[in-house]
Design a protein. Structure first.
Length: 151
């Protein structure tokens, strides 16, 4: 899908990424580095938590989501320039062994006539192997317009 420009995106268009499975070791390593709360680090502590089991950090779910989007090639070789995120929600816990993939939909787009780029809003849902949405958000992305052809 590389090399897509602002003009190539259509409101309502959907894309889906590949799936990746989180392991307990990955969850603990991420938590140790970035979110060292007991229910992310220690199985016994997690069992005593409201989750009743070890769970991934929501920030790890967000990072995995970003990796899946980038690896999908949706924004081409140069990537997308993120301007922000709206309505980030962690809806369900992510457990070791959960397989996640992302479904993205172009919610809206706005061209800037004076600039060589536009802004697209992508609604994203990170979904587990049971079809449950574990995280949702809207990504606001600066997308370049197609270069002008000079004669």
């Amino acid at each position: 899908m590389g090399g897509r420009y602002f003009e190539d995106w259509h409101v309502g268009e959907k894309m889906e990424t590949r799936s990746t499975t989180l392991t307990e070791d990955e969850i603990v390593a991420f938590a140790r580095e970035y979110d060292p709360q007991p229910f992310h680090l220690d199985r016994a502590a997690a069992e005593a938590s409201p989750f009743k089991a070890l769970v991934a950090s929501g920030w790890q779910t967000a990072a995995v989501t970003m990796r899946l989007i980038v690896e999908s090639g949706i924004f081409g070789e140069s990537g997308g320039i993120g301007l922000g995120v709206d309505e980030l929600r962690w809806l369900k816990p992510v457990y070791p062994g959960d397989a996640l993939h992302v479904v993205s939909e172009v919610a809206n787009k706005r061209a800037n006539p004076e600039k060589r780029s536009g802004i697209c809003h992508f609604k994203l849902a990170t979904i587990n192997q049971n079809g449950e949405t574990v995280m949702s958000h809207t990504a606001i992305v600066l997308v370049p317009k197609r270069p002008e052809v000079r004669a």
